[in-house]
Ligand binder design. Sequence first.
Ligand code: 26Q
Length: 813
Amino acid sequence: MILDKEKFKSDYVRKLMNSFAEEIEGASKLHKYFALGGLVRDYVTENWVNTNKYYLESGEKQIYYFSMEFLIGRLLGSNLLNLGIRQVCKDGLTELGISLEELEEIENDAGLGNGGLGRLAACFLDSMASSGIPGHGCGIRYRYGLFEQKIIDGYQVEVPDYWLRDGNVWEIRKENKAIEVRFGGKIRIDYINNRMTFIHEDYEPVRAVPYDTPVVAYDKNMVNTLRLWSAEPIAWEFDFNTFSRGDYVKAEAYRASVEAISQVLYPDDSNWEGKLLRLKQQYFFVSAGLQSILRSYKKSGLPINELNKHIAVHINDTHPSVAVAELMRILIDEELLSWDEAWHITTDIMAYTNHTILSEALEKWPVDMFKNLLPRIYMIIEEINRRFCEALNRKWPGQWGRINNMSIINDGLVKMAHLAIVGSHSVNGVAELHTEILKHQELSNFYQFYPEKFNNKTNGITHRRWLMKCNPKLSNLITDTIGSSWIKAPIELNSLAKYKYDPAFQNKIASIKKANKANFSNLIKNKYGIVIDPNSIFDVQVKRLHAYKRQILNVLHIMHLYNKLKENPSLDILPRTFFFGAKASPSYHLAKQTIKLINSVATKINNDSSINDKLKVVFLENYSVSLAEKIIPCADVSEQISTASKEASGTGNMKFMMNGAVTVATLDGANVEMKDAVGEDNIVIFGLKANEVISYNKYGGYSSWDVYNNDMRVNKLITQLVDGTLSHSRAEFKNIYESLLMFNDEYFVLKDFDAYAKAHERVDSLYRNNTKWNEMCIMNIAHSGVFSSDNTIKQYSKDIWGTRELKLLPEMD
Ligand code: 26Q
């Protein structure tokens, strides 16, 4: 948008006055932030209204991305960027004596996600809008996001994340668009006009109220919508006229049980408590979302049997897969379509993305729970399953083992992944390797039955947030060097490859990294009191804590370097600072123990002056989107070391690459494609391959005891876990010790140790050659454009959704 500085200043002063009856002098930082956010929101509202109007009137196909998680982080900076007014606002604020950066720091992260899956949804929203695709998010407005992590005494302590405490300037509550969602009760079957009719009785109604957040396109007059639903009691329960004490108690219980639905985001949990509530959450937002889509579709006057021409729904992992049955319910029970018509429309609308091959993450619900909570939905799933099993039996007559295995309902469980596959026209994995594993291992039966449904869509990241916003110095250097076309067409970053050998460009790249590192070092000193050397190699592993991601491999290797330095204090290794950032699911004991281990190793190493500051270890508390934006531009080395075959894709890996880090990687997830893009000289690959891991898992042949007995470095490290080296209590790291030895090291940490240590020796020697290292950084940036989520989203749009990319919204009258 066009905005001049003087206009901005006067708008801002007025906004502060109108919102808080304050002048700049007397206003708090919080109010200054809210005035700025409110003003930016005002700037987008006209385009937002026009976009919605255009979408409604044109009948343009809309895609709704259904997700339990949207990890969007902060919005002020990205909205300013996408509107193209960051500089003018910054200059205007400076003249008013206000620092834009300081105001940006006031905003609470919207932490409505655990990790990759939620952040992917957020990147997709940005890319859909910026590519001109009419695409919207649909999810839950959790009152509490993922917990805030405190580290106390080296242990993770979880604190509730009340992100809405100060209010949320970006959202608008849409009271008039509320929807009723029904739980429990019974289904009575009746014949009305000769049609079998299903009447839902004695249900518990819940009011779903939408809160809309604008999703601003980059340099386009379009604004899409993220609609998050909040659960509230239906008003009639509080009829104060007929109110008795008993009613009051009942009404309060009802209120609490309803509000619980949108109270808190579930951590990716091995703990199944609160299962019922999670199922309630899923049906709640799916039903509200689909009902509201239908309501606005009908307003446009288009015929119901063309719904699939105008609407697409994407199911982000199995969590929203009840959408298949809910859409069938609406089309059959409310729109009076036949089963076959409804099924054709539903499967044409739905598409499903799988994000994991870990079987514990595939959702299964006990039949009794499901039937009681969602009786009509359960009936529909039974019918879907009956027809599906019949079709299976036609293809594979009498192969009951296989049919049982594929059945949606089996062993007293409803299998949501199966429902999603059967009810969608597209099933995709999130990296080439992952999709191949789905097709030939985990979902091979389904692939044989529905080969045409399976496809790959490699993940991506929005280069607007993950380069332009978080690393403005690098972004400006790129534009100064190759022009600005890469911003609209990130693949053109590859023009940077020409400058690979250019010493002047290399120096600029190196000095930007150095400046970012120096800034961050100050932050670390202020927050943790740890002094780190900005000239040391910054080696970073930030991601959810999980055994398969192998933070343990990293920390064991750090212990090993420390052991070597203790033996030989003059050992010639380059100084390194290792950073970790990770939240562990509260009930995931081993993950929490790993955090304690990292912190114990950090304390030991950081306080040992005999190693001459050659090693430092920093655990970054409360890893989040806003912290990621700070650490990623500083990284020299990116740790992507999951056990091959276990990481579906990874997206952090791409963010580091785009910011010029060199990746130490196993051939897992999208690392494989990163290697292909950047060339094997510019990435450090090590370790078992996916097929080797799969084969060990199938046929055996690995014993961690053998490594322990034969590799004296490993032997020493394992012993140190339990001999008091790191903790007074020898039981402190017992679970880690046992997982590596007694339970035969499920994730091949010891097996890969030697290769990993060698990979780091390579890193050390590559870094010594400044020129070579800079070349590698440049090549990583230059080949990262293919991992922009703009690229990914265009493939979804073309291959799966059938949506169009609008250049600009036509002028509205
Ligand atoms: C399941 C059942 C009960 C409670 C919680 C869950 C649950 C919650 C979150 C299961 C899984 C998740 C999140 C998964 C996730 O983030 N997966 C990551 O998705 C990324 C985007 O595709 C990939 O890049 C990562 O490889 C994958 O791990």
